[in-house]
Design a binder for this molecule. Structure first.
Ligand SMILES: *Cc1c(COP(=O)(O)O)cnc(C)c1O
Length: 352
């Protein structure tokens, strides 16, 4: 605390990301990174960056990249917005679109950055309770609101809403923006990007950090009709004209061009997820059905899950533990390679 802090700064409770350990021997299953490298074409593109591209400012509009995303999804470039990680994209969305008279709605168990942005921007919000099985009942969002944000699949539960459910949610709230945070959609869900041209109140946010193995590059993207995207551009151009550096723009272009690599890595993660789920169930865990690259798993009510988290840490395996209502009995485990998942499954019996 300093006497120079503004009132806003004093009041903040910042988001705490998962640990990024300095030493490398750990099996890292805590922040939902890909266990596989990005496409070799991405690494080649980064290595081929010319000195001039570093000397100059990058294209502030990332025009080639917006065009590439538009082509990839059958949209127009003015329906694509890019930012320095989807966390930055979401921050602009909260300020530019979700700061309204009526409260913002999101599930009571969800991405814990949402209330942090609400605090930062002074946005009123209400948490909509999930069902006892953590399912999202979209009809529970039928109350006055100034916006809705839902991750699909939800985090940290991994539960997926169908495209029909998303469509119904967007259609039922024509006067507020409905944001679908699709950070994990590539691991088994159906993207709502296909609904963009049907609804002027739908915004879909994705990240290159998980399924495209580019968390270190910091690129996020939003898709919506041009008027929504234009609002985000106004915020972005009042904050940082150059959110994507030259390296990131070149690397992501290469990533989008290597569809085979992308699909192959997603398929492998999906197969490992099913294998890990069965392995944990065989050890007595209950595991929520996940459509993401992580699972939420409980060793059982009578066990101290916080202690299990620490014991795994001692063994060099880090997962995520949220000491919060309803999910304190669960571990969130990122799906690693089969070898990493086996190391976890092998370590558990002695700790249970
Ligand atoms: C990981 C994650 C993000 C942020 O991703 P970045 O693009 O790395 O900032 C956003 N939303 C959810 C639900 C996430 O899990």
């Amino acid at each position: 605390m300093s006497r120079f802090w503004s009132d806003v700064t004093r009041r903040l409770t910042p988001y705490v990301p998962g640990e990024q350990p300095r030493h490398e021997r750990l099996i890292k299953l805590n922040t939902n990174e890909s266990p596989y490298p990005p496409s070799p074409a991405v690494v080649a593109a980064v290595q081929q960056i010319e000195s001039d591209a570093l000397r100059r400012y990058p294209d502030p509009e990332s025009a080639r990249l917006r065009q590439a995303f538009a082509d990839y999804h059958g949209l127009h470039p003015d329906q694509v917005f890019l930012g320095n990680g989807s966390d930055e994209v979401l921050a602009h969305v909260f300020q530019g679109l979700l700061q309204q008279q009526r409260p913002l709605l999101f599930p009571d168990i969800t991405y814990s950055f949402y209330p942090v942005w609400c605090e930062l921007y002074g946005i009123r919000y209400e948490r909509v309770p999930l069902g006892a099985d953590f399912s999202i009942d979209t009809s529970a969002f039928a109350r006055p609101n100034g916006g809705i944000i839902v991750p699909n699949p939800n985090a940290p539960t991994g539960l997926l809403l169908s495209l029909a459910q998303i469509r119904a949610l967007v259609a039922a709230n024509p006067d507020s923006v409905v944001v679908i945070d699709e950070a994990y959609i590539d691991f088994g869900g159906e993207s709502a990007i296909t609904l963009i041209n049907d609804f002027d109140n739908l915004l879909v946010v994705q990240t290159l950090s998980k399924s495209r193995a580019l968390a270190g590059l910091r690129v996020g993207v939003a898709f919506g009709q041009a008027a929504l995207i234009d609002g985000l551009q106004r915020v972005k151009n009042s904050f940082n004209s150059y959110p994507l550096d030259a390296v990131a723009q070149a690397a992501v272009l290469a990533s989008l061009a290597d569809e085979d690599w992308f699909r192959e890595c997603c398929d492998r993660v999906i197969a490992s997820r099913e294998r890990l789920t069965r392995g944990l169930e065989a050890l007595g865990f209950s595991v929520l059905p996940s459509a993401a690259n992580f699972i939420l798993a409980s060793p059982g009510n009578d066990r101290d899950t916080g202690a299990l988290f620490l014991a795994l840490r001692e063994q060099g395996i880090i997962v995520r533990y949220f000491d919060k209502p309803r999910i304190a009995g669960y571990l969130r485990i990122t799906v690693g390679t089969d070898a990493q998942c086996d190391a976890l499954l092998d370590a558990l019996p002695a700790l249970l």
